[in-house]
Design a protein around this ligand. Structure first.
Ligand code: IPM
Ligand code: MN
Length: 370
């Protein structure tokens, strides 16, 4: 039987993650009338406290199997360094879900909205409008390697980069579809970004897929080294339409992408399983911002030093846009567009920087109800 509602799993996470998830759920509530099917949200408190309580280092099969029942997953942000050493939750929740659910594309648009000033002099919304499709299942993120001769002068840390032909090819296929749908220029443009002058083994499948794609007459296909790419992102961002790159390269370039499109508080991320075998996961790319939650003693965060009023300084836009991306993937275009439009109005607001979280969220809720 066809389901008559959308079934979304929600993982608020820690600190700022909880704050922005609350904001997203308020907006979800406000936009209800624009949906074609109702939405149900189930909250999963997979956070630092949960990991401590159950004494686990990663989500277990039972938790993963439960999450697999949902249509999509919304994630706030995870990590609380006063409870758990950084790295554990990131690997045990975020990377675990990306892997286990075969979310092999991390779609990260780099789109500066019209009316929002760029930090790059002379560039505006007409120049900064492209998408990075980050390979999200392999590359340097396969967590393989070893430490040889640990503790001696001959210690060597080895981290493996796995790039498979199938992995690059399915990413390119996804990106090709995006480029065709975007219709940015006369011909859809696909940039392959890697470092094939040095990483010669891992480059082999990248070059092979690149050569195959060059045969397609109705696409413009180019290649750029990663170092040249980050320079060109700033110098001439208008040349890009859809970009595909290795996992770690995609991680690094999308932080730069966030900054040139209006800041970390605007950047969204869809961890996609395009085949639909497992749910996809949507998250703002900012983290939990522990520096805003705790006083510091040297480089250590001091637990329980949070001042509740500070929550009002949090900006919810990236989370709201991620929620909108999730709705879009669920074919709820009207509701997604309403959220996007309302968020844009916030970002264009001259008073934006000084407005409180509650005000910003209220403005979006009012707008999407109209
Ligand atoms: C991101 C984050 C993660 C990554 C971390 C938290 C593991 O930086 O989503 O970009 O490296 O992928
Ligand atoms: Mn990152």
């Amino acid at each position: 039987m066809e389901k008559d509602y959308h079934n979304f799993a929600v993982i608020p996470g820690d600190l700022n993650g909880i704050t922005v998830t609350d904001a997203a759920l308020k907006v979800a509530d406000a936009v209800q009338d624009k949906l074609t099917l109702p939405v149900k949200h189930e909250i999963f408190n997979y956070d630092a406290a949960y990991f401590l309580k159950h004494d686990i280092k990663e989500l277990r099969d039972s938790e993963l199997n439960e999450l697999k029942q949902y249509d999509q997953i919304f994630l706030g942000a995870i990590g609380d360094p006063t409870k758990i050493k950084p790295g554990i939750l990131e690997i045990g929740i975020l990377l675990k879900i990306r892997q286990e659910f075969d979310q092999y594309v991390n779609l990260r648009p780099v789109v500066l909205p019209e009316g929002v000033p760029s930090i790059i002099v002379g560039k505006d919304y007409r120049h900064i409008n492209f998408e990075i499709c980050r390979e999200n299942s392999e590359g340097l993120y396969v967590a393989k390697g070893e430490v040889k001769n640990a503790g001696t002068d001959d210690e060597v840390g080895i981290q493996e980069m796995h790039c498979s032909y199938k992995g690059v090819k399915r990413l390119a296929e996804f990106a090709e579809e995006r480029a065709r749908a975007r219709k940015k220029g006369d011909k859809p443009e696909l940039h392959f970004v890697f470092k094939n002058n040095v990483l010669t083994y891992a480059a082999s499948p990248w070059s092979r897929v690149f050569e195959e794609y060059k045969q397609k007459d109705d696409l413009n296909i180019s290649y750029m080294h990663i170092d040249a790419f980050i320079m060109q992102m700033v110098l001439k961002p208008e040349q890009f339409d859809v970009v595909i790159t290795e996992n770690m390269f995609g991680d690094i370039t999308t932080d730069l992408g966030a900054v040139i499109q209006g800041g970390m508080g605007t950047a969204v991320s869809g961890n996609l399983n395009p085949t639909g075998t497992f749910p996809s996961m949507f998250e703002p790319i900012h983290g939990t911002a522990p520096d805003k939650w705790f006083e510091m003693d040297g480089s250590e965060y001091i637990p329980d030093t949070f001042v509740p009023e500070k929550v009002q300084l949090v900006k919810p836009e990236a989370a709201l846009l991620s929620y909108a991306m999730m709705l879009e993937q669920s074919k709820e275009v009207k509701a997604a567009d309403a959220i996007k439009e309302a968020v844009l109005a916030n970002l264009r607001d001259k008073e934006y920087a000084t407005k409180s979280l509650d005000t910003l969220v209220d403005q979006v809720c009012e707008s999407v109800k109209r």
